[in-house]
Design a protein around this ligand. Structure first.
Ligand SMILES: NC(=O)c1ccc[n+]([C@@H]2O[C@H](COP(=O)([O-])OP(=O)(O)OC[C@H]3O[C@@H](n4cnc5c(N)ncnc54)[C@H](OP(=O)(O)O)[C@@H]3O)[C@@H](O)[C@H]2O)c1
Length: 347
């Protein structure tokens, strides 16, 4: 196949700056890399934070520090391998792949991500993207569409990481906060699929969709009594709380856990400065577990689910490549339930 020399890409010009649809050079894969024609690229909160530079404390920055611009964002990519950078990777050309957006600190199964596609490297809001060959996982026979596959890596990878780190299994009772959002809805689906009983916290107007995803009870956070309502929904207590909201719920919410329960936190939409009575933790043998993204082992589990179609991501809307800014605007508004996904080939 002859590759074009240029492609269309949604280019983020600077922190806080515009996203421009530009013609740029098609990147060429180096050794141990492949070129993927992007079938679909999912949107995530991290795109907003990275574009705004909101991870920085004193100055605007990405999650690991200053970023180079212009940058093509988009960490969630599904597509087809169309070229490779060396003879060792020719076997994967033509394969349908789901891309692990992370590079890891070492080669172990539980290694930590230290670099993310669309942040430290150009990502999938473009017609083509270069990724390491060993991060492109074959999903040739998956029953999921590219749009569904591209919804998985960051939101479902993070949710799966939280369930794994929380030791969630069938028979557990689990409270999920932010349950109508990308990570939360994924946690509801994945925990339900494991046989857990899920109580979900969300705004009341989104409850039908969250129930449909697998929640057996809804706590409407707009009533303003999240902890009391969550306690009433599970009088026997919770085995774990899967939390992306944090803030004022954490301290009183620890009392919702059964002895030995786990509070797994991956986000802080309601505030990160939290005051705790540590006696509540040690006297009840509770665990407060921090959880960021996935590991190679957890991503392999996610790829297995994708290959078998055992999780069907909820899609809210798809966008053309020239609509990335609109997709990010809608993401920030949070009126939707499910994933917003960019389909570059349609533009
Ligand atoms: N650590 C990691 O690796 C990692 C990875 C991905 C995301 N995150 C973080 O996890 C958080 C959630 O991400 P997401 O992509 O799932 O977000 P999202 O899609 O925007 O959804 C979050 C949901 O939480 C609810 N919410 C928003 N503000 C709230 C508040 N102040 N108090 C209570 N609920 C609130 C909203 O639902 P309702 O309107 O229904 O209440 C919203 O839809 C973000 O902070 C994100 O940065 C962390």
């Amino acid at each position: 196949m002859t590759l074009p020399s240029t492609m269309r890409a949604a280019v983020t010009v600077r922190h806080g700056g515009p996203i421009e649809l530009r013609d740029v050079a098609v990147p060429r894969p180096g050794p141990a890399e492949v070129l993927v024609r992007v079938g679909a690229a999912g949107c995530n909160n991290t795109d907003l934070w990275t574009r705004e530079g909101s991870y920085g404390t004193d100055e605007r920055a990405g999650w690991l520090g200053p970023l180079d611009f212009p940058r093509i964002q988009g960490g969630d990519v599904a597509g087809t391998v169309v070229a490779c950078g060396d003879a060792d990777t020719t076997g994967i050309v033509g394969a349908r792949v789901l891309v692990d957006p992370a590079l890891y600190e070492d080669s172990g199964p539980d290694a930590r991500p230290v670099d993310v596609l669309g942040s430290e490297r150009d990502g999938g809001f473009a017609e083509y993207v270069v990724v390491p060959a060993d991060r492109a996982h074959r999903v040739d026979d998956s029953p999921l569409s590219d749009v569904e596959l591209a919804s998985l890596p960051i939101a479902y990878g993070t949710a799966l990481g939280m369930l794994e780190r929380g030791g969630i299994t069938g028979g557990h009772t689990v409270l999920v906060t932010g349950a109508s959002g990308g990570v939360g809805l994924a946690a509801v689906q994945l925990a339900h699929a494991r046989g857990a009983r899920v109580v979900a916290v969300c705004s009341g107007d989104k409850s039908e969709a969250v129930r449909h995803a697998g929640a057996s009870e809804i706590v409407d956070r707009r009533r303003g009594h999240v902890v009391a309502d969550a306690a009433a929904a599970a009088p026997g207590g919770y085995d774990a709380v899967i939390d992306v909201v944090a803030g004022g719920t954490v301290a009183p919410g620890l009392g919702l856990l059964r002895s030995g329960g786990r509070w797994v936190v991956a986000g802080a939409l309601d505030g990160w400065a939290v005051e705790l009575d540590v006696r509540r933790i040690y006297l009840a043998n509770l665990a407060l577990v921090g959880s960021t993204m996935h590991t190679p082992r957890i991503f392999d589990l996610l790829v297995d689910l994708a290959r078998r179609g055992e999780v069907r991501p909820v899609i809210s809307a798809t966008f053309d490549l020239d609509e990335v800014a609109e997709a990010q605007r809608q993401l920030a508004e949070r009126r939707h339930v499910g994933k917003l996904v960019v389909v570059p080939a349609r533009a």
